[in-house]
Design a protein around this ligand. Structure first.
Ligand code: ZN
Ligand code: ZN
Ligand code: ZN
Ligand code: ZN
Length: 311
């Protein structure tokens, strides 16, 4: 995942002036500034109190005032730029890992940094993963994406194991999941049995897991319904679009709606899908989204069943 952070500038020039002679009133509270320091911002004067309240930027990590450039994340946290020298960013929410913002965090054996807010809901066991997969299968049915749940096996693996699976399957993957399809033919040469193994990276926060499993289940749907060699952008774009639809459904569930952190995490994941700059995953997603907005969901699914590429 690309780190979502922005470097911001304080866009106005601030002058700290020591007032000795003139009689000046604060442009905000109107109080007369007598024999004290005041701030001039874009031609207006402000008392110290108003400056601190309305204009000063404070660091979410150390609490001190920030002057000049700072890092600004999706969650509205601002950090002194220099903190990035000795703090890691969470792989899943892109916040800077520290006690104050994320209640700390940890590093998995494969080097993944995760904050404690994300770790709290992380999927570490296959029993939990299977429950979530069933939930997502049901959400997909509600969306008109019916998947035969027979012969789907889920395995949690670490990043290194996932990369090895990708190499074994001769595919290029920089994703957090993979679906392996195996078909068995009978003596007549007809497919008699289909097997699906979904590999998912262990230890992702629940909502990221939900996004990835929805993506992988859409691959299963395509194996069960579509031409096997369909266009990569059409196929991956459709998987990301299914994940997007599932995330939107979760956003409307009472439990997620009423939890500020979880609700915002869904927004963050959706934003990442929407702004992904990858030619296959990002452009593919946007083309599918446009297609559905123009022709509705059924048209997209019918087209995916019968054609290899976008209309
Ligand atoms: Zn004032
Ligand atoms: Zn700081
Ligand atoms: Zn996090
Ligand atoms: Zn995929």
């Amino acid at each position: 995942m690309k780190k979502r952070m922005m470097i911001m500038f304080v866009f106005y020039t601030i002058f700290l002036i020591t007032n000795l002679y003139s009689q000046i009133n604060c442009a905000k509270c109107g109080k007369r500034i007598n024999n004290e320091s005041y701030y001039e911002i874009q031609g207006k004067n402000y008392c110290e109190k108003c400056y601190k309240k309305y204009f000063a930027t404070y660091c979410s990590l150390c609490g001190k005032e920030i002057k000049g450039r700072y890092i600004f994340d999706f969650w509205q946290n601002k950090y002194h730029e220099f903190h990035k020298e000795d703090h890691d960013f969470c792989e899943y929410c892109a916040r800077m890992i520290c006690d104050k913002v994320t209640k700390g965090g940890r590093t998995y054996q494969d080097g993944t940094h995760i904050c404690n807010l994300c770790y709290k809901s992380s999927v570490q066991r296959e029993s939990k993963a299977n429950i979530l997969m069933k939930e997502v299968l049901n959400e997909l049915i509600w969306l008109g994406i019916k998947i035969d749940p027979e012969n789907i096996e889920l395995q949690l693996v670490d990043n290194a194991q996932l990369s090895q699976k990708a190499i074994d399957m001769k595919i290029n993957s920089h994703h957090k999941g993979l679906t392996k399809y195996t078909a068995f033919e009978n003596q007549k040469g007809d497919i008699s049995l289909e097997n699906f193994t979904i590999y998912i990276v262990i230890g992702m926060p629940e909502l990221k897991f939900i996004e990835v499993i929805a993506h992988e289940l859409m691959h299963v749907w395509q194996y069960q319904n579509s031409p096997l060699d369909n266009d990569l952008a059409f196929s991956e774009g459709s998987c990301n679009y299914a994940a997007y639809l599932v995330l939107k459904k979760y956003k409307n569930k009472h439990y997620y709606k009423s939890n500020k952190e979880k609700s915002k995490m869904i927004d963050f994941l959706i934003m990442n899908l929407e702004t992904n700059t990858d030619k296959i995953y990002g452009d593919g997603f946007r083309r599918v989204k446009e297609l559905v907005e123009k022709h509705r969901k059924k048209y997209w699914l019918d087209h995916l069943k019968n054609f290899r590429n976008f209309p």
